[in-house]
Design a protein around this ligand. Sequence first.
Ligand SMILES: Cc1cc2nc3c(=O)[nH]c(=O)nc-3n(C[C@H](O)[C@H](O)[C@H](O)COP(=O)(O)OP(=O)(O)OC[C@H]3O[C@@H](n4cnc5c(N)ncnc54)[C@H](O)[C@@H]3O)c2cc1C
Length: 380
Amino acid sequence: MDFALTEEQRMIQEAAREFAENEIAPVAAHHDETRQPPLDLVRKLGELGFLGMNVPDAYGGAGLDMVSYILAVEEVSRACASTGIIMSVNNSLVCFPIETYGSEDQKQRYLPKLTKGEWLGAYALSEPGTGSDAANQKTVAVRDGDAYVLNGTKNFITNGGFADIFVVFAMTDTAKRVKGITAFIVEKTTPGFAVGKREKTLGIRASSTVEIVLTDCRVPVANMLGGEGGGFRVAMSTLDGGRIGVAAQAIGIARAAMEESIRYAKERQAFGQPIGQFQAIQWMLANMATEIDAARLLTLRAAATKDAGQRYTTEAAMAKLFASEVAMRAVKDAVQVHGGYGYLADFPAERHYRDAKITEIYEGTSEVQRLVIAQGLLKE
Ligand SMILES: Cc1cc2nc3c(=O)[nH]c(=O)nc-3n(C[C@H](O)[C@H](O)[C@H](O)COP(=O)(O)OP(=O)(O)OC[C@H]3O[C@@H](n4cnc5c(N)ncnc54)[C@H](O)[C@@H]3O)c2cc1C
């Protein structure tokens, strides 16, 4: 077994780290405070090839493997968790389903713009009444000539406030439940499409979490993705990959929290010595480092399994479950290491504390990941 990254993977990791440290990290606290999405930086990520990392170059992507992608998400999220999720949604939840299930026409039309950041994408599955139970969709799509007419409300849609295209899921046959769901690519300029209220979130405040309202929204049949009734498969397989990205985001947040803690433990004096000399502090740092490494190994395994063309549903769920819980423990201890200063917005530990929680919730809660893992075990 070889744990070493390839030359190319190391170069991608270094390029992402350099951009994140030099351009993203210095403004992360500002964007968090103002809740303004860092769109100029996101466009630059597109120019550098970080928004369509796994898309073949024939469609404008970087043509890289999943391992490279998660290394980059970790670096970006270490600097700014909001930018990390904006990037992850575009790559995992929008480029992936279009590349995997899209017609040649859809790929030509959307991928070159999405990969370069000229357009940004969003993924609209959740509704006010349904999140974990994603099959219980209330949004409907009724065929009318050469279009489907969509009606319904989606909520919690990341990137929604500025995205140009949305992968939207709707019921084309309510009687069939899971087999009656269909995916559509909806452009924001489509009449009947509207962005509703923006949520005020605990963390990832510079991302945009909005409601989407569809009122007699006519979407051409040509924009159906994955065939009529194929939407649930599109949704679930897309989330499998997305979860590896969220795991990487969690690792990035945890690593930032650990690095801030190490720095602070060397500087802060108590009882005549740096607090890093106290065993209680050392154990917190040791636990963070060990757990972050374990989380990264699980995440790399999930990515490598996907790259090998094997099934990776369980591996992705394990990586997300573990990495998000590691992130929560790391940010809790990071605030503790900082004492009272960890509770102030002046120190990044406070932002990491708020940012980590979402990784246990979106793209399937920790409870849902445990269900997915158990289903895999019981099927064997
Ligand atoms: C900031 C943010 C961004 C998001 N971005 C997106 C996005 O871009 N696109 C999108 O479609 N959605 C998005 N979501 C929605 C997110 O995926 C859902 O919130 C999440 O899946 C949970 O669904 P829910 O909120 O309806 O909770 P519920 O499903 O109502 O769950 C409530 C609680 O019950 C538990 N629970 C539910 N079912 C079970 C079960 N069978 N067994 C055990 N426990 C269970 C859950 O784990 C949770 O603890 C986002 C959410 C947030 C907060």
